[in-house]
Design a protein around this ligand. Structure first.
Ligand code: SF4
Ligand code: SF4
Length: 179
């Protein structure tokens, strides 16, 4: 029996790895630690909205007038939703699986700060400069002519846009322009 086992073992070969003394090659499609490319990030927050365990958070830094993108690998479940929704490829999963840190949990964080844009009507910060530039670039690619009115609209926060729409509608009803 033991000789037969020896034969089988010889036939199959080595099936274990030397890891952690040697390298360990993960399989294709392995979902490891997400990688963030600050230069590509436009601060749209799609990843933060899609992330099930809230491992990504996008907030506004009031004192510095900046938007802060923050990823906590300690909360990540490696589902790749962030990669799926990111419009610019700024976040994607890698094959990295050695995610533990020694003493400092801060080492699990990745942070990016982006310049914010304030609403031209109410002056509240509501988006990032990169996001506005991205939208303009995309619209121009679809041959939309970006006139002053459209640029102004892009620099108006959703709340003020809503108020303006209600105001216009009310005026049109009051002065009989509404049909
Ligand atoms: S892989 Fe999943 S859990 Fe991790 S940051 Fe992306 S969306 Fe969140
Ligand atoms: S979805 Fe991509 S571009 Fe948008 S905030 Fe997340 S990482 Fe940045």
């Amino acid at each position: 029996m033991s000789l037969k086992l020896l034969d089988i073992t010889r036939e199959i070969g080595i099936v274990t790895y030397d890891y952690p003394f040697g390298d360990y090659e993960v399989h294709e499609g392995f979902r490891g630690k997400p990688h963030y490319e600050y230069e590509k990030c436009i601060g749209c927050a799609a990843c933060a909205i899609a992330c099930p365990p809230n491992a990504i958070n996008v907030s506004y830094l009031k004192d510095e007038d900046k938007s802060k993108w923050e990823f906590d690998c300690g909360r990540c479940i490696f589902c790749a939703r962030c990669e799926e929704v990111c419009p610019t490829g700024a976040i994607y999963l890698t094959k990295e699986f050695e995610n533990s840190v020694r003493f400092n949990k801060e080492d699990l964080l990745q942070i990016g700060e982006l310049e914010v844009v304030r609403c031209r009507v109410c002056n509240k910060p509501f988006t990032t400069k990169r996001l506005i530039n991205y939208v303009i670039e995309r619209l121009e690619k679809t041959r939309v002519v970006m006139n002053e009115e459209k640029i102004e609209l892009l620099h108006t926060c959703p709340e003020c846009k809503k108020n303006q729409a209600v105001e216009q509608f009310t005026k049109s009803v009051r002065y009989g322009g509404f049909k």
